[in-house]
Write a protein that binds this ligand. Structure first.
Ligand SMILES: [Cu+2]
Length: 125
């Protein structure tokens, strides 16, 4: 077997798979304490200061910050820490945050009791 060629194939494979795995990710954070029109720019600035962050869009109305970041350079924890240090605690907003899990569990409980099956299903789907 041609060893240099096998080695090169492995290296190319690793580079290719890591470039698929690492890259731009988008996350939406639920941000607390944004109570005036000046707040979003502070939140935006705190996130933009995190290395690896490419783009930030803050919604004052929705109390969210949507961040595009390179997951090889930054992680969610750094993002939430940055806003928290600026005075705006944040947490990932998604299907499975703490409140949606509560919602999910209470729907399951209703299902077990045999009522509200339709509502239960709408949460599970
Ligand atoms: Cu403010």
């Amino acid at each position: 077997m041609n060893k240099p060629l096998a080695y090169a194939t492995v290296v190319v494979g690793i580079v290719a798979s890591s470039s698929v795995m690492a890259g731009d990710r988008t996350i939406t954070l639920a941000v607390k304490n944004m109570d005036c029109a000046a707040c979003p720019s502070i939140v935006k600035g705190s996130l933009e200061a995190v290395p690896g962050v490419a783009k930030v869009a803050v919604s004052f109305k929705d109390k969210t910050a949507t961040v595009i970041y390179d997951d090889a350079k930054a992680d969610v924890n750094q993002l939430t820490t940055a806003t928290t240090k600026a005075g705006y605690p944040s947490s990932p907003k998604g299907r499975f945050n703490a409140s949606s899990i509560d919602h999910y569990l209470s729907a399951l409980r209703r299902c077990e009791n045999g009522d509200h099956v339709d509502r239960c299903l709408s949460v599970l789907l």
